[in-house]
Design a protein around this ligand. Structure first.
Ligand code: ADP
Ligand code: GLC
Length: 508
């Protein structure tokens, strides 16, 4: 039997080895309203899962605080461990409200779920503002109270979107004299369209915040009638981030500022844009268990063809690997540029082209895609559903993916697409502009096809340019596909920027 040799390190080798630098440990509480795999309606859920995981690798002690929604699948509920309970007052309700803490741990990240059956019941996380305002007032307050209760006082409280935007406000008001009051706060804007605006009376009732914050137009005051939770969070947070540098600039303009552009310009010295990444363990075509065939950069062209055929079969489309298949995976809302898509479907479809849509949302979009499926049987597939596994198979099986958004803070579907060797066709807005470099036929560079103004004709033109390359210069298309797969869309770089921001806020 061959003996295994143990290598003895020489003195020279020892000297050239880089000294391992242990970064100072920082503790961070992530507070937000959704997180994959427990509950997800869009990209926020992906970020709340992937970013803490990446930060945990960078010597951050991370806890993610979430509502314990009734709709979290039982397979996760049953693994949660009871950590304690307490009672808490809430605003001017005069009630003493139960708060339970249920815990779950994975990949070095601890998840603490705030339990209260009355507030977090129902089949989905969000309903309408009348229900959601009390829910997230309770959640934000209970999240801070839970940190005190657990005696786990973080250096940083990192809050996400309007549902957690009351946290920085509470931190500097009702909680300022409690242990957690010493933490620094960051509010990340994933989508400025949703701000939690409601009449002052109601928000005062549920939060119990002092009158001064409502009267002041630089704090929660929206106008004489309404209060704005996001606005208050932005004012009280120590730092504001958003999910791409381009969107950070855009939201300071009236066009994209959703009426908070002036407020954001006022606070712009604490505003920063950090582009999202994707979790390359969850999104990996080489190991993805739900694909018909796994592939990597070396065999992508062949691998994608197999996935295309399997997808066509799955969706009842004409099975032909030479068809050009265009995908769309999206919440079906006004943000996503679906009017542009609707306007041009008949012009895009020809005997060589197919379209696959996966999404749920506004009734008018769902219906118009169903109409196209009926009209173009075998060529157009409308999957009006939310289905993670099918999304993976679409990213793998289509040739290109449309993201023609009206506005897009970052966008993850174009990143998933590129990682799966699918060429994105995007509007040059928000994070789409930061992440997709337009194809340049002269230099052979770029990752996808882009257009600027929000016009259906320009989207059609971009799709036609993609078709021309696909059908007439396939070798260049294949090169782009590999370039896209090689592009670094992981969280590494961006998690580092968040970490630097944490250090900037806690420089000791
Ligand atoms: P947004 O957060 O605005 O919805 P993003 O592009 O940031 O947009 O993130 C969308 C995420 O949700 C992606 O991970 C995408 O794959 C997923 N997704 C969207 N619609 C569906 C659907 N119908 N089924 C499965 N996944 C979906
Ligand atoms: C929001 C945005 C999307 C972004 C996601 C995650 O839902 O619409 O652009 O990628 O949040 O940050």
């Amino acid at each position: 039997m061959a003996r295994k040799k143990t290598k003895v390190e020489t003195a020279a080798e020892k000297e050239t080895k880089p000294v391992e630098y242990m970064e100072p440990r920082r503790s961070v509480a992530f507070i937000g309203s959704e997180c994959h795999p427990f509950v997800k309606t869009g990209g926020l859920g992906d970020v709340m899962y992937a970013l803490p995981k990446e930060l945990a690798k960078m010597n951050c002690d991370v806890r993610v605080i979430l509502p314990r929604y009734e709709c979290i699948p039982w397979e996760y509920q049953e693994k949660m461990v009871y950590r304690g309970e307490f009672y808490m007052d809430l605003g001017n309700t005069g009630r003493n409200i139960y708060v339970g803490i249920m815990e779950y741990e994975e990949d070095g990240v601890v998840y603490d779920f705030i339990d209260n059956k009355e507030f977090f019941s129902g089949p989905k996380p969000y309903f309408n503002l009348i229900d959601d305002i009390p829910k997230f007032c309770l959640f934000s307050k209970a999240a801070l109270a839970a940190l005190n209760f657990l005696n786990w006082i973080p250096n940083i409280v990192h809050c996400h979107d309007w549902q957690a935007a009351l946290v920085p406000v509470y931190l500097r008001t009702l909680f300022s004299d409690t242990p957690v009051g010493g933490a620094r706060s960051i509010l990340t804007i994933h989508n400025l369209r949703f701000q939690g605006i409601y009449d002052i009376k109601t928000i005062r009732y549920w939060t119990g915040l002092p009158d001064g914050v409502f009267d002041n137009p630089r704090l929660l005051g929206q106008d004489w009638l309404d209060a704005n939770i996001m606005k208050g969070g932005l004012a009280f947070a120590d730092r504001i981030t958003t999910v791409s540098p381009n969107y950070a600039g855009e939201i300071q303009t009236p066009e994209y500022g959703e009426t908070l552009d002036e407020h954001l310009r006022y606070h712009n010295c604490k505003l920063r844009g950090i582009v999202n990444g994707i979790d390359c363990d969850v999104w990996n075509p080489d190991t993805d268990p739900v694909l018909a065939a796994n592939y990597n950069q070396k065999n992508a062209v062949k691998g994608k063809k197999k996935n295309k055929l399997a997808l066509q079969k799955e969706l009842g489309l004409e099975e032909d690997q030479n068809k050009y298949v265009i995908g769309l995976i999206s919440r079906l809302t006004n943000q996503k540029g679906l009017d542009l898509v609707n306007a041009i479907v008949p012009q895009v479809l020809d005997e060589f082209t197919q379209i696959v849509v996966l999404g749920t949302g506004d009734r008018n979009y769902e219906d118009s895609f169903r109409y196209y499926e009926n009209r173009f049987r075998g060529q157009f597939s409308a999957c009006i559903q939310y289905d993670e596994a099918r999304a993976h198979r679409i990213y793998a099986g289509v040739d290109s993916l449309l993201v023609p958004s009206r506005f897009e803070p970052c966008g993850l579907t174009q990143l998933n697409a590129m990682h799966y060797g699918t060429v994105p066709i995007v509007r040059e807005t928000g994070g789409l502009k930061d992440t997709v470099e337009p194809y340049n036929q002269y230099t052979g560079s770029g990752n996808g096809f882009t257009f600027d103004r929000y016009e259906s004709g320009l989207l059609l033109d971009a799709i036609n340019r993609s078709k021309t390359l696909y059908f007439t210069e396939r070798e260049y298309w294949d090169e782009m596909l590999i370039r896209d797969m090689n592009k670094d869309v992981s969280w590494g770089n961006s998690a580092r920027q968040y970490r630097d921001l944490y250090m900037e806020l806690t420089p000791w």
